[in-house]
Design a protein around this ligand. Structure first.
Ligand code: HEC
Length: 107
């Protein structure tokens, strides 16, 4: 455990030094994505794996529809997420699988 945690810490420290801590927004969005993925993988793999997101006839066709589906599936999964946590999962799914334009969703 000790040896596996030391390396990422060193890598992160080196990366922070290299960036001069100049890009907090980018670092934050990267960790949000990791958080969304972790939440998703904890709660969402009981009924389907991520292949449903990319199946040829996948039914989600907009960011708004994705938000609705995640809300519904979150209840089905019994995941007690805050709005921020749900948003992190939606962001993870959109950036990883769906690639809808952000902010342009309606309907
Ligand atoms: C209780 C079972 C169950 C759990 C748990 C579950 N889902 Fe689902 N989910 C489904 C079913 C069933 C479908 C397919 C619905 C359909 O085909 O009409 C689906 C479909 C989806 C889709 C749409 C896929 C497409 O076709 O584009 C998304 C997105 C999704 N789920 C997200 C999630 C997320 C996020 C979680 C975790 C919070 C989750 N699901 C947990 C049952 C579940």
């Amino acid at each position: 455990m000790r040896t596996t945690t030391a390396l990422p810490a060193i890598t992160a420290a080196l990366a922070a030094a290299a960036l001069g801590a100049a890009q907090p927004a980018r670092a934050a969005s990267g960790s949000e994505l990791a958080r969304g993925k972790a939440l998703h993988n904890q709660a969402c793999l009981a009924c389907h794996d991520p292949s449903v997101y990319t199946r040829p006839n996948h039914k989600i066709r907009s960011l708004a529809a994705l938000r609705r589906q995640v809300s519904g599936c979150q209840q089905a999964a019994g995941a007690n997420w805050s709005p921020a946590e749900r948003a992190a999962v939606i962001d993870y799914l959109n950036r990883t699988f769906y690639h809808f334009p952000e902010g342009g969703g309606h309907g």
